[in-house]
Design a protein. Structure first.
Length: 141
């Protein structure tokens, strides 16, 4: 004997509710975040701090400043990791912008972006001086 339409609907709802309670593997953003020293994970070896910071900001854009700062040394060469942990902005750990400024200052000598910006700035200044005066002295340069 066929079941009434109402009871078959209830049976289907029970089947769905049982399906919904079955445990499913969860994929979170944390499992997709590369771990330190994992293949293709960020790694800072002392060169091009600006590029490292830019990529780090992209990966951690939703993070609070504290965790964002405290995880940086894990993605650095061992000697750099120890040094970064001694920086005042790292110890305070509450101001990302201050931390970035200090890192860029400490590693500016091997940062191609900062070197390009410095060279371009100096060339621009020389050009402006030449336009203002016919023959500036060496000390003015």
């Amino acid at each position: 004997m066929p079941e009434p339409a109402e009871s078959s609907t209830i049976g289907k709802m029970r089947e769905r509710s049982m399906e919904d309670t079955t445990p499913r593997p969860m994929i979170s953003a944390l499992t997709l975040f590369p771990l330190p020293h994992q293949m293709r994970a960020l790694f800072f070896d002392g060169k091009d701090i600006s590029e490292f910071i830019l990529q780090w900001e992209d990966l951690t854009m939703d993070w609070l400043d504290g965790p964002r700062i405290k995880k940086v040394p894990l993605y650095c060469k061992k000697i750099i990791e120890k040094y970064v942990k001694t920086l005042g902005t790292y110890i305070r750990g509450n101001n990302w912008e201050g931390f970035v400024t200090e890192l860029k200052s400490e590693f500016k000598d091997d940062d191609s972006e900062q070197q390009r910006n410095t060279e371009a700035f100096l060339q621009n200044m020389v050009q402006q001086m030449r336009q203002q005066q016919q023959d500036p002295s060496v000390s003015e340069y």
